[in-house]
Ligand binder design. Sequence first.
Ligand code: NAD
Length: 264
Amino acid sequence: MTQLDLTGRIALVTGGAQGLGEGMAHALARAGAKVAIADIQDDLGAKVAETLGEGHTFVHLDVTDDASWEVGVAAAIEQLGGLDIVVNNAGVEITSLLVDLDPEQARTMLDINVVGTALGIKHAFRAMRPGGPAGGGGTVINVASVAATIAFPAISIYSASKSAVDRLTRVAAMESGKLGYGVRVNCIYPGLVPNQMGANLANDVARIGLFGSPEEAVGAVVELTPSGRLASTEDIADAVVFLASDQSGFVNGVGLPVDGGMGM
Ligand SMILES: NC(=O)c1ccc[n+]([C@@H]2O[C@H](COP(=O)([O-])OP(=O)(O)OC[C@H]3O[C@@H](n4cnc5c(N)ncnc54)[C@H](O)[C@@H]3O)[C@@H](O)[C@H]2O)c1
């Protein structure tokens, strides 16, 4: 069996202190990459970097803050010796019906999910384009969601933010190509994963009264999924490793569903 090999590559994963980002960091490290965990949760992030083993690191990085990106990317390059892969994974979901929409919560989601991803692309390009401090080109992988491709109740702003990630991805790939940055940009649409974020969503839609219980909500998602199950952390991480690898070398500007067929 051919293994995807990332030996010698250096990756930065935002939101890597827990959940899917942590899983991606482990998968990238297993494939041979050196990984910088980038997160606002310093203790947890440092612990994850430690469990990855020697040669990996943690950098404090708030994805909504331009200056924080500047410092975080510079630190990762200095500590690991370069940058080839940026995974814009940090994201938040706050469940609400539109009739109850809290504008502050909406802005928080747009700030982290959309502006955070855009800033990640900006700083990845600046670092990896010719003449940048890690100027050998590379890949950017943005984490959208199956929510960008379906209409599930009570996640309107989250869905809108992930649709924006999809468009950002395509425009970024075009800019990179036209301007000769040598950076591929793709995104993934993960299906529902039964982790903290996934459980919160199931609890929220039950609390709102859209489903009789969290279990019923999860059952409805499974029912809509041809593969007949929820996604695992490993399912999502494997797709990231593929998009980071040379085996996806001519895959650019696309969104890859990793949702068991649930999305459209
Ligand atoms: N869990 C799911 O079912 C699911 C499904 C589809 C897509 N996604 C997407 O996958 C990504 C990861 O989700 P998860 O389930 O691991 O969520 P999670 O809540 O477990 O982890 C999110 C991570 O992002 C970090 N983070 C939040 N704000 C940040 C900021 N401003 N700067 C830096 N880091 C920040 C958090 O500290 C945390 O470590 C998100 O973009 C999410 O929208 C999740």
